[in-house]
Design a protein around this ligand. Structure first.
Ligand code: SF4
Length: 338
């Protein structure tokens, strides 16, 4: 199936690069990171440091695997063709099998991800995924009033596939305007016509109800509902979290745990407005920290799983040196060629 990219820019933006720079700042993930730890926002967004696991310029295989699975499942949702989805996985994964990585990521190979996808195909044929189809609308039926810019995907018949559309919108809550950027994994409806935002989560931990229930108040999915409502005029019913286990036993025949889990959360308009208000509060923090010219550290719990902890552990006066030696490509090259 042929898909054509279509770019929309409001008069505020003249190039895609300008739009993407603002999307990077107002992206849902970025603002959540800011809410978790302003210092992490400083390192990753302002300083542009990569937060790979344990080594600084090599992207985490978990991130790459998550992205490859997302892309493959998107192809599956659009085409319904398992072979095309597997081909997409192979293309995206490339030769990552031979890239160096930490021991705890070494199980993430093309072979394991292929097994994961095959198992997932079986799972959704009878499971919850089978009842959802991607929503498409005519491009001219979209409401561009609040859209600052967007990268859409058009199908051969000219309709817009809302899934994986990358959008920057001006949202309003309690009379205040703020920018919000997002790229929903899948925008779907079930056979009853109820509409949902579906998000694929890959996890290295055994799945359990507890794991997926952690998303029951997802700010991101609730804001996506608000954003999609403004763009399409459709009322959204909630979010669906599709969790996929990619841990080191994912391809084992004797695995006893849960490999896949899907949960549906129904959210009201009140839930959506509250999520937008949260987002407004976090966006306001950017201005506050800019004014202070200081980005405070997290209070502790966030640090346990943070890949910048090595940097924060260093004495403040030595951090520029640690950034150079451990977090930049230049530092690595110097270190290995000494
Ligand atoms: S180690 Fe802690 S304080 Fe430092 S960036 Fe990470 S979460 Fe923030």
């Amino acid at each position: 199936m042929k898909i054509i990219d279509k770019l929309y820019l409001s008069p505020e933006y003249s190039t895609l690069e300008e739009l993407e720079a603002d999307i990077a700042i107002y992206d849902a993930t970025t603002l959540r990171q800011l809410a978790d730890c302003p210092r992490k926002y400083q390192y990753s967004v302002l300083d542009g440091l990569k937060s790979g696991s344990g080594n600084k310029t090599v992207e985490s295989r978990y991130l790459i695997a998550g992205r490859a699975i997302h892309e493959a499942l998107d192809v599956l949702a659009v085409t319904g063709d398992e072979d095309e989805a597997l081909t997409k996985l192979t293309e995206d994964w490339g030769d990552y099998d031979s890239n160096p990585c930490p021991e705890n990521e070494a199980h993430l190979t093309h072979n394991l991800l292929t097994v994961v996808l095959h198992n997932y195909f079986d799972y959704i044929k009878t499971g919850p995924g089978s009842q959802f189809t991607p929503i498409t609308l005519k491009y001219d039926d979209l409401n561009f009033d609040r859209l600052m810019g967007g990268k859409f995907r058009l199908l051969e018949d000219g309709s817009v596939l809302l899934s994986e559309s990358s959008l920057l919108m001006r949202m309003t809550v309690d009379g205040d305007d703020f920018y919000y950027a997002g790229k929903p994994d899948q925008v779907v409806q079930n056979t009853a016509g109820n509409t949902y935002i579906m998000d694929h989560k890959t996890s290295s931990s055994y799945l359990s109800s507890w794991h997926v229930s952690q998303h029951r108040v997802s700010n991101q999915l609730r804001c996506y509902m608000g954003m999609m409502h403004e763009l399409t005029g459709l009322d959204f019913h909630g979010g669906i979290v599709n969790a996929i286990y990619v841990g080191n036993k994912a391809s084992s025949d004797t695995f006893k745990g849960t490999r896949f889990a899907s949960y549906r959360y129904n959210w009201s308009q009140g839930h959506v407005e509250e999520a937008l208000l949260n987002q407004l509060g976090w966006a306001g923090l950017i201005a506050h920290h800019e004014h202070m010219n200081y980005y405070p550290q997290a209070s502790g719990m966030q640090c346990r799983s943070c890949n910048f902890s090595r940097l924060c552990e260093a004495e403040p006066e030595f951090r520029d040196g640690v950034i150079y030696t451990d977090y930049t490509q230049e530092g690595w090259r110097d270190f290995f060629t000494l």
